[in-house]
Design a protein. Structure first.
Length: 135
C-alpha cells in the first residue's frame, strides 16, 4: 500500500534551496566582516594626526573657555559669534575679524588669544590660552 503526500517532494527541494541560500549568505557576511590588518593600521595613523576640531567662540566679552588644549597637528577652527569681536593669536599671523571663520594648525607651544577689536567695557579682560602639546 502506497501513500502519497501531495507536495512532499516539492517541500524537500524548497528546504534544500533555503539551506543553500542561508549558507551562501553566511559566507558573504563572514567575508565582509573579515579584517585587513593593513587598513586598520593606516586608519589609526590617520586618526592620530588630525583627530578633532577645536572651536573657539567669542561672545559677550569672553571666550567660551579660559584655556584650550590640543595636540600638535590637530585642526583649530576659529569661529566668532554674538557681537563685535575679533581674534588674534599672539606669536602667529592669525587675525580674524567679526562674523568670519578660519581653520589653522599651529606648532607646539603656548599661545595667548585676545580680542583684537575694541568691543566694549570687558574688552581688556577678553583673553584665553591655547596650548598646543607635542604629539
Amino acid at each position: 500500500m502506497n501513500f502519497y503526500v501531495f507536495g512532499y517532494e516539492r517541500g524537500i527541494k524548497m528546504k534544500k534551496w533555503l539551506i543553500f541560500a542561508s549558507v551562501l549568505c553566511l559566507v558573504f557576511v563572514v567575508a565582509a566582516c573579515g579584517s585587513n590588518s593593513k587598513s586598520n593600521n593606516s586608519g589609526s595613523e590617520a586618526a592620530s594626526s588630525t583627530v578633532a576640531d577645536v572651536v573657539i567662540k567669542a561672545s559677550s566679552w569672553e571666550f567660551d573657555q579660559p584655556e584650550y588644549r590640543i595636540k600638535k597637528g590637530q585642526t583649530i577652527k576659529l569661529e566668532l559669534i554674538d557681537g563685535v569681536h575679533g581674534v588674534e593669536i599672539e606669536k602667529t599671523n592669525v587675525k580674524l575679524t567679526q562674523n568670519k571663520a578660519k581653520t589653522i594648525t599651529l606648532d607646539a607651544g603656548e599661545y595667548e588669544i585676545k580680542c583684537n577689536i575694541p568691543c566694549g567695557g570687558g574688552h581688556s579682560k577678553m583673553s584665553a590660552k591655547l596650548i598646543v602639546e607635542a604629539a
